[in-house]
Design a protein around this ligand. Structure first.
Ligand code: HQG
Length: 180
């Protein structure tokens, strides 16, 4: 993806996941923004985005972070919100195990508290170690924890899989985590 599109995609993450109000936009309870309004409000705030660029971002974004509704009149982020939105995801039986990539500096706290969603709505889990390492690297020296999803599922924890294949759950208490 070219640099300008990466820049626009980061801007879309900001307004569609965290702070739509910075351009005066509102999202509905499912996280959808009207495409026309997004374009218009972004323009008023100095960001020119064309419908063609939005389509390219939706189609080529490395992690499929965004999706259109079938009519292409609305757009939303597939996951990663700090805003309270209902993504209408259906609970699913997760693969066992799943992985969580984090940084070594968080380990003491995670040993005590388990994985917490923090500012986001969910704890994010990866289906493979390579992805988990990439996620962890964003925070420092990466370390991958293994999550016993089978036992969590048996104990009543609910898992969702986002449109872009990120596994989501509310929290992971320490007894379900395997540390390296
Ligand atoms: C850590 C990216 C201390 C947690 C990725 C993580 C993902 C704790 C950090 C998505 C903790 C939160 C989310 C505890 C958790 N004590 N630290 N008890 N519990 N943590 O960015 O999972 O590029 O909010 O391990 O690919 O890193 O945005 O979560 O290190 O899918 O599309 O607190 O963001 O996707 O960091 O990443 P984040 P994350 P996008």
């Amino acid at each position: 993806m070219d640099k300008n599109l990466v820049h626009l995609s980061k801007f879309m993450s900001l307004v569609l996941r965290h702070q739509p109000e910075i351009i005066g936009l509102t999202l509905d309870e499912h996280g959808w923004a009207e495409v026309d309004r997004l374009i218009e409000f972004a323009k008023r705030n100095g960001k020119d985005i064309s419908i063609a660029q939005l389509e390219e971002i939706v189609a080529t974004n490395d992690k499929k972070r965004f999706a259109f509704n079938p009519e292409k009149s609305k757009i939303r982020a597939n996951q990663g919100h700090s805003l309270q939105v209902t993504l209408d995801l259906t609970p699913q039986l997760p693969p066992n195990p799943l992985f969580h990539g984090t940084a070594t500096r968080f380990l003491d706290s995670i040993r005590q508290q388990g994985l917490l969603a923090g500012k986001r709505q969910h704890v994010h889990l990866s289906a493979d170690v390579t992805t988990a390492i990439k996620v962890g690297q964003r925070h420092g020296k990466p370390v991958v924890l293994q999550v016993d999803t089978l036992r969590m599922h048996r104990d009543g924890f609910v898992f969702f899989c986002s449109e872009n294949s990120v596994w989501l759950t509310e929290s992971v208490p320490p007894q379900y985590l395997e540390f390296p």
